[in-house]
Design a protein. Structure first.
Length: 180
């Protein structure tokens, strides 16, 4: 409730018509074994004086990005710890954060890293947003891309999960969209 009220206040005071949001995850190092949901995480910074794995907690954050006189500011709106119990992951945590602020901003452009560029996140956000969410992210190079599956009528069995696989030839023939 506090984050929703802060987002409403920001929209009202700054007269925001198009919001730029960012979702990212980070690891907070911990030393205690009794801290909730601590475990070993891979450290992606690859610094020479740091270990490859650190003991800590994983958090996912949602921030509002504001541009003012060529300066960009990030106002943190929501943070949520990734719980290791059950099927809760960083992907579902990101969806929970977006659902919490749903309907506050009229137009949203969401910036995410390659971890969140999955069909489960993209399709859910597009369904929730009702056409007012634009997503910016980069798909990993090793991600296999498939079209929407077409289930032939009258066939028995489970519905197809994947459509035609996108090869380089198929991708070059796709229509391109340019946003100004």
């Amino acid at each position: 409730a506090l984050a929703r009220q802060m987002a409403r206040l920001t929209v009202k005071c700054l007269n925001i018509e198009h919001a730029y949001l960012a979702i990212d995850d980070f690891v907070v190092p911990r030393t205690s074994k009794n801290a909730p949901d601590t475990r070993y995480y891979h450290q992606h910074s690859k610094k020479s004086n740091r270990p490859r794995y650190i003991w800590g907690q994983c958090w996912v954050g949602l921030s509002l990005i504001i541009e003012n006189n060529w300066l960009n500011y990030a106002i943190p709106l929501l943070f949520r710890m990734v719980r290791k119990a059950g099927n809760t992951t960083k992907l579902t945590t990101a969806l929970v954060l977006m659902r919490a602020i749903q309907g506050i901003f009229p137009q949203v452009t969401l910036l995410v890293d390659s971890w969140y560029m999955r069909a489960s996140v993209i399709l859910t956000l597009l369904e929730q947003g009702g056409g007012n969410i634009h997503l910016i992210g980069q798909v990993r190079r090793d991600t296999a891309l498939y079209g929407i599956p077409v289930n032939p009528p009258g066939k028995r069995g489970a519905k197809r999960k994947y459509g035609e696989k996108y090869t380089i030839e198929v991708v070059t023939k796709l229509r391109r969209h340019k946003v100004l």
